[in-house]
Design a protein around this ligand. Structure first.
Ligand code: B9F
Length: 129
C-alpha cells in the first residue's frame, strides 16, 4: 500500500503552505512554513520548521511532530503534532494539533501566552526530483 512520507508541499484549511525537504534515515526533516493568517499586521514571510516522523518502513500512517520558529514576527513558537493518513485513491491528509507560545514579559503573564488549535493538511505536490 502507499506509505505516507511528509516530503513535499502541503496546504491546510486556512490556506497556509508548508514545504518539507527530504526526510532523512533517522526520520528528521526540515522545511519552510508560510502562514496565511497572522494575529498582527506584520507582513507574512516564510519561517523555518524542524521535526521528526516515525519510520515509514515500520508504519504506513506515521505520527510526527515539528516546530515552527516565527523568527520574522517575534520570539513566538508553534509546535505541531499529528499523523499522516492515506485515504481512498492514495489521498494523504495530515491531521494535526498545534500550540502557539507567545513571548511574554514575565511569568505572571503566562496565563495568556498559549493558543491551541487543529489543522488538516492535504498534499499540493510531491518534491521535485
Ligand atoms: O500570528 C503569529 C504571530 C506571532 C507573533 C506575532 C504574530 C504568527 C503566525 C502564527 C500562525 C498560526 C496559524 N497558522 C496556521 O497555519 S500557527 C497555527 C495556525 N496554523 C500573536 C502575537 C503573538 C502570537 C500571536 Fe504573534
Amino acid at each position: 500500500e502507499r506509505k505516507c512520507d511528509l516530503s513535499g508541499l502541503w496546504r491546510n484549511e486556512l490556506g497556509s503552505l508548508m514545504e518539507i525537504d527530504k526526510v532523512n534515515d533517522a526520520g528528521e526533516f526540515s522545511g519552510k512554513y508560510l502562514t496565511a493568517v497572522t494575529a498582527t499586521s506584520n507582513c507574512i514571510r516564510s519561517s523555518p520548521l524542524k521535526g521528526a516522523q516515525h519510520d515509514t518502513t515500520q508504519r504506513s500512517q506515521p505520527t510526527f511532530g515539528f516546530t515552527v520558529n516565527w523568527e520574522k514576527f517575534s520570539n513566538s513558537t508553534t509546535v505541531f503534532v499529528g499523523q499522516c493518513f492515506v485515504g481512498d485513491k492514495g489521498k494523504e491528509t495530515l491531521k494535526t494539533m498545534w500550540l502557539l507560545r507567545e513571548e511574554v514579559g514575565s511569568p505572571g503573564d503566562g496565563w495568556r501566552a498559549t493558543r491551541v488549535g487543529t489543522n488538516v493538511f492535504t498534499r499540493k505536490r510531491n518534491l521535485e526530483p
